[in-house]
Design a protein around this ligand. Structure first.
Ligand SMILES: *[C@@H]1O[C@H](CO)[C@@H](O)[C@H](O)[C@H]1NC(C)=O
Ligand SMILES: *[C@@H]1O[C@H](CO)[C@@H](O)[C@H](O)[C@H]1NC(C)=O
Length: 171
């Protein structure tokens, strides 16, 4: 029968492993890099539906963010009429700083266009559909508080197991 001698570093190790294992549990909101490596620019003429195809492959949830990286361009959030016209006088959102993060703060459709003349017409536009929060399996009564407690519990258990294993191998 092996007894595990508590090491003096145990509390520190517990904390470290707790933080580590918390990071391994998926975070609630996700950041999407629009267009992946291509960023936000005029797509090639052969793939003028590039951004809508990119968006259709992702699963957007409320509070996820989309990040646009670009040079000498801009990002506008507009309504559906303006999206179809590729033009907006008063966009819902405007940014041209080259690195724009936008939070998808509600379920439903978001319309993005480039504000640079001619770019939207050449395919630099995108519709994003954010899923209703109900799409996740509904948590038991007590809701997110209970599941958060569960995650913390799981992290602690993982930490303790790792410590026990370390103790076993290094004693
Ligand atoms: C989104 O974030 C806001 C502000 O942080 C919060 O009040 C809201 O509950 C979040 N919604 C979801 C579905 O996570
Ligand atoms: C879209 O926005 C423009 C400018 O704010 C507005 O005039 C128009 O009525 C809006 N259209 C819709 C369908 O909401």
């Amino acid at each position: 029968m092996a007894f595990i001698k508590p090491s003096p570093f145990s509390p520190l190790l517990t904390l470290l492993l707790f933080i580590l294992s918390s990071l391994l549990i998926p975070a609630h909101s996700v950041e999407f890099a629009v267009g992946d490596k291509d960023g936000w620019r005029i797509p090639s003429s052969k793939a003028d539906d590039f951004y809508n195809e990119w968006a259709s492959k992702q699963r957007f949830q409320v509070n996820d963010t989309v990040r646009f990286v670009y040079k000498k361009d801009s990002v506008l959030v507009v309504n559906d009429t303006e999206y179809r016209k590729c033009h907006s006088v008063q966009p819902i959102f405007f940014s041209n700083n080259g690195d724009t993060e936008y939070t998808l703060d509600r379920p439903g459709l978001f319309y993005f266009i480039s504000g640079v003349s001619g770019h939207c017409e050449r395919g630099q536009k995108m519709i994003i559909k954010v899923l209703e929060p109900q799409s996740e399996p509904s948590p038991p009564a007590g809701g997110s508080g209970a599941s958060k407690a569960g995650m913390i519990g799981a992290s602690l258990i993982v930490s303790q197991i790792v410590i026990a294993l370390l103790g076993f191998f290094f004693s």
